[in-house]
Structures are given as C-alpha cells and as structure tokens.
Write a protein that binds this ligand. Sequence first.
Ligand code: OTN
Length: 483
Amino acid sequence: MMMKNWKTLFAFVFFTLSVSAQQAPKPVGVTPNSRQIDWYNQEIIAFFHFGLNTFEEFVNEGDGKTTTALFNPTALDCNQWARTLKAAGIPNGILTAKHADGFCLWPSEYTDYCVKNSSWKGGKGDVVKEFADAFNNNGVRASVYLGPHDRHEHLSPLYNTTDYRDYYAHQLTELMSNYGPMWETWWDGAGADELTTPIYTKWAEIVRRLQPQCVIFGTKNSYRFADVRWNGNETGIAGDPCWSTIDSLSIRDEWKHIKELNEGQLEGNAYIPAESDVSIRPSWFYHAEEDNMVKSTKELWDIYCKSVGRNSVLLLNLPPDRKGLIHPIDSANVVGLRKVINETFKTNLLEGASVTSRNPRGGIYKASNMIDKSSKTYYASKDNVTTDEITFRMKSPKTFDCLMIQEVIELGHRTTEWSVDYSSDGKSWITIPEATNKQSIGHKWILRFSPITAKYVRLRITKGKACPAIHTFGVYKQSSLVN
Ligand code: OTN
C-alpha cells in the first residue's frame, strides 16, 4: 500500500513537471493588441494620394485656395485600383479622403470645398464611395486618410481650433459611418502641431466606437491612441534594430526623436510598431513628368526587405493619375515585387533538415516547428534561459543568399541579440557578416548577403529578455528577377 502511494506521488510529480515544461511561455513586456497583430500580417498596405493636387502642376501640398472645379478625373475606375492590389498581393488601401489642402473626395455635409463643387460627374460623384464599394467587391480592405491639417479651413475667418475639432469630428463620423468597414485611419502629423491630445481624444472615441477594428496611425499629440507610429522618414526604410515598443511620451516632439521613431526603444512603455511610408514616385501625388522615375521592382524589393523585413509594415503610395487610374508602370513594378517575394520565399532550403537545439522546452514547442510552414506552431526554449543554439543539418549542401526569421509577437520582444553561422561539416563555423549580433526580430526580419553554400546552418540566440519563442527560420535563394 505504502509502495503504491510513493509510486502515485512520483507519477504525479513527474506528470506535473512535464506538463509545466510544456506550458506556453509567458508574455514579456508590452504586447500587441488584436488590431496590431492583424496589421502586421498584412505586411504591405497601399496609399492612394489623389485629389486637387493631382490636377495641378508640381503641387503636392495644396494651399487650400485652388478652385474645386479643377478636380475632374476623366476615367476614374477604383476597380482598376483594387485589381492592381489583388495582383500585387496587397490586402488594404488607404485613400486620402482629405489631404492638407482640405479638399474632400466625398460630398461632405459640412463643407463646400469638396467633390460637390467639382466638374467631375456634374458634382454628383463620391470618390470615397466608389473606392470603398470597389474594394469591398474585390475583397480588398478600404481605409481612409483624413488629414488633421486643413489649409482651406484655416483660411476661413471663422476658424478656431474648437470649431475645427467639431468640423473634423463630423467628417470623421461621415467616413466611419457611411462607407462600410474601415481598416486604418491616418493622422498625419504634418502641420498638425496645434492639435492637442484632448482634440484627438474626441476623434479617437469616434473611431473606436464606429470602427473598433480600425488601426489608428498616430503622431505627436495622438500617440496615446496610436496603434502604429511613423518610422521617422518617408523613404520606407525602418531602423536596424526596429523595436515595436517605444516610450510614447518622449516621442511627442518627433523631430528631436527621429532615431527613436525609426528604431523604437526596447524598454518602451507602449507597443506602437513602425509603419514605413514611401511613394513609388518622387512625389506623393501623380505628376506625368515623373513617369520615368517610378521605383523599379528591384528598388521596391530593397525597400520591402528594409521595411517588412525590419519588423515594420510597408505603406506604399501608388498615386492615381488624372484619368483616375494607376499608371501601368507603377502597376507592373508593384506586381513584379509580389512575384519576387513569392519566388524568393517559396522554398525554405532548410525544409527537411534535421534540427537540434540546446535548450528545448519540450512538448509541442519542437525546434522543427521553425521550418514547418505552419502559422500556428513555434519553437520555444525552456523557461529561465534567454539564450539558445539551434542547428539545422540539411541532407545536402544548399546555396542561399537570404534569411528570414519571425518571433512570436503575441509574446512580446524576447530575443535581443542573435547571429547566424554556417558550416560544411558541423564542426567549424563561420558567422555570416550581415547576420552578426543582430538585435530585434519581431514580426519578420530579413537579411540578404552574398551567396553561401553550406550543409549546416546555426541560429545563435545570445541575449534576451525571456526564453526565445521563434515562429519561423529559413534560408532562401533570392528570385533571379532581382539578382
Ligand atoms: O516637412 N515635413 O512636414 C516633413 C518632411 C519630411 C518628412 C515628413 C514630414 S511631415 C511628417 O510626415 C509623417 C508621415 O510621412 C508623419 O505624419 C509626421 O508626423 C509628419 O511630421
């Protein structure tokens, strides 16, 4: 009887220990909300700068005085925009419903400075409606930029910030109520210094109430509500490192904190990841004289690797022309980017490799999960370690010039230093120079380097805030279209 009790106790202790070893790692630090996780998974979002500026020579920031009659796209087709995004694998697009000149692309009840008084469709048109309907019908998400700064409104003798707060609130309510789901709203900080946190509080309440899934791009005095931050430049290039966390109060004065915006802050008190905005052309609005200056597929691939591949989301501007169409060169180059991404990441050359790790957690958190293509599984090390070494032995030597790694973002930034080595015999190792002492991982980190041929690859995690939790690790050969 006594013996049986000891056996039962032993079995219980063994069971408890093995179950606790298999529990998921606990999150560390601040972590993303569901909007942010969804936003990260989109990877690329399109920007559409379209409005009066499109119809003016060399203008990108209209002064609010231009006559509304000028707005007259001759063949507007938002289905063509949506089809371009589908072909480019871009799931979401943000339209400048009102840019800094204050001209509204929808017939707002609250202003005459809008499509109602344009030549287009005899003043009966609504670009936001055509855009939202076309996107919803094509299975692409619609989003809006409602510029906080409004030069036209500033020209009014009745202008004061309280009235403007309410004017903007009414317009935001129109956009958030009348056009179906909206997935992101953009609070550009340009010219918006007079807008205080209490003003944004009122606006944020409207977004959260009417469109709870809508991601807020915030700057300056709206960081308290921001799901995502500006990356500190308009070149589409995120920092290295690029932490999703930031000290939200210290970045209010953004021109003094460009580095922090670009790189994030590991010990930041808020999870506000970086969105990287850039135009496919030199200007934000379409100008025919820039038709020969469109970024090539190769340039876009470089930007993708330095934005999405640096734990950020790429916001790529594809400005419609005076017809109201995306220019064929812009379209071809962005569809080319998708081809390059798909070709490059089609085959993880580590697939089928045997994988061993130094500090396995055990249970379902197997090291081979890193190469299993599943979005649900991941590798985790045991608790109380912050370092690890994971070795991949391929069946035969392979040639690669790119690597990609993903952390489990729901569990917070965990790994803070990592390197990747290769070997032909599993005994003597060489560290890839471009993959030496890297810092952040987050949603996705991509590195490119000169081709390497090796049979063994090793991921060395050398520092962290908690035990590593790695979703994906792979080595790839870049598409021949960019090499
Ligand atoms: O002169 N600027 O206003 C300016 C110059 C270069 C790059 C950006 C800006 S404005 C800046 O735009 C960002 C989006 O690209 C954010 O909205 C920032 O808050 C805003 O200040």
